[in-house]
Design a protein. Sequence first.
Length: 609
Amino acid sequence: MDAGDTAGDAPDAVAPTPARLWEALAALAQAFEFGDCSDRSAAAAVSDLLNAAADAGDTGGDADDAAAGGVAEEMLREVYAFLSSPSSNQLAIDALSLELVKPVAKLGALMGNCWDIANAIIEFFVSNCNPRDMLSILCEAVDAPLASNGSVYFVLLFKELAKVLVLIQRRHTEQVKVALPAVLRVTNAAIPGCDKEHGKIIVDMFNAAVIIGNAIQEMCTKMVNQKKEELCSVLSLYSLQNIALVSRCKQQHIFSACGSVVLHHSKILTFCGFTYLGLLTGNDVTSATDKLSKDEDADLLDCFSFAMDGASLAVIWTYMDDEISKYAGAELESALKDVKGNHTRMWQAINILRYVLSSTHYPWVIKSHSLDLLLTIANESHIEEINDHVDVSSSVPQIFATLKAIESVMISAPDALMRKKAFAVLKQVISMVPSSQRFDILQALIKNSIFPSLTAILLDLVKDEVSRESHRADQDFIESDQLLDDGEWPPPWFSHALELVGLILKPPEGGPPCLPDHGEQVLSALNLLRFVLIIDSRGSRLRKMFGEETMRKVYSEWLIPLRPIVAGIQSESEEDGSDVANHIMYSLNPVQLVLYRCIELAEEKMKGF
């Protein structure tokens, strides 16, 4: 059993008084004076008393807090006096270092008057004990679960952990790899409890985590070649993980204080050789990860699971925060120019933002700036050039995931302006996809949509694509009849559009479309069908896209079965006369109008067969 856990077993037997503590320290000194170094019970007795004092402070009422705080402070001063006495035995100090870090830090966290003396005691251990031993002791203390004032406890320990790291003389990277998982477990666990009451101390904890980063940076300056590269990779991933974690604070007054934390980590990333171009594309993250992709580093890499989020967020914070923007200077603008001039980098930069947009952890202000960044990257002036010369087949899964992430903002954003911005981004990114793959992307989005209103929007985008492709085909026809004869017929865009209309008007799961619930997507599908019918009827083309079999299928299987359903719902709603019924009737009016127009166009075409 850990010595720190024994106090709760017999609180009356271990009364936390300065006198008892003095007796325990005297017994410890005597044991080591006579060479009895193997028995840890003397040091454990001191620990028990401090744990009991911490428990008394944690469970007491307001009236007891001041008294308990005074007793605890006096006890800690007694410990410090014992440690710093010229007659202190180093073996006794080492024994106490094994037992006292956790209870001393706990007292410092629970009682404000104990902070300074608790800090002095742990700092004494760091300065006077073996650094590698202290690293293990501090990491064990950091891993200890706490119910009360945990963040204050960790601030104290993080600062001392940073001090001990710079004292280590060899095997630096191995020691850092031991320490960082414990630190990141704490920072990761702190965010869900980040509320107004504890906000300031959470920011203090992340600032203390920055101090650890600065200590590792100092270690890097003492190293060379491959060892330095490896440690810099660990440090950079640590900073990215912290940027991602601190960006999850959703309390506005806390979030606004996090910019300084991100700025410090941005400076660390610069030291590690990261650039805004590497952050935008994610290439610097991949490079750092590859240096650690060994079997023995698998657990460590798990601790950096949000590093790619952090890369995007480092750029987004530069957009949001004046101080970070000032630090970046012209580098971000230069990187954006570079990205927009290279289609591979452009898609890397677009797709990396999906991690932030799809996550539920980040506040809406972060996502709003992510959309702004996407609009900047997806430069409309380059669309035609990209469409004519680029194949993005290998990136289609990533592009699809990015578009789904943008859709999630369209659906869930709390205000209309952000939803409108997300839609603008969706259209822009889709327009950046080469025309040869654009229908495939839209088709996949529609097939995976579970929201009728979103499906309707996507079908309207398909209609825009049909218009664009039809206009292009008309231009080709004017230039050369031969192009029409040699090309695929009917053209791919026609087949894609018709397939999507069928998906809505005759759902694959069977039965007619669900009306009025799915009225929006049915209306968009009918509008798309009407548009295609009109395109096929106009002009002087010798060949038509609708064959007789296809046209009769559309008419008999899609349109005619829908007519009595719409008419029946309209009739029932009119008879009901309630507000809900009137709303249904008005919402289905345009569906009925477009449906009848499609039937008319279909009947006209069938007369020509």
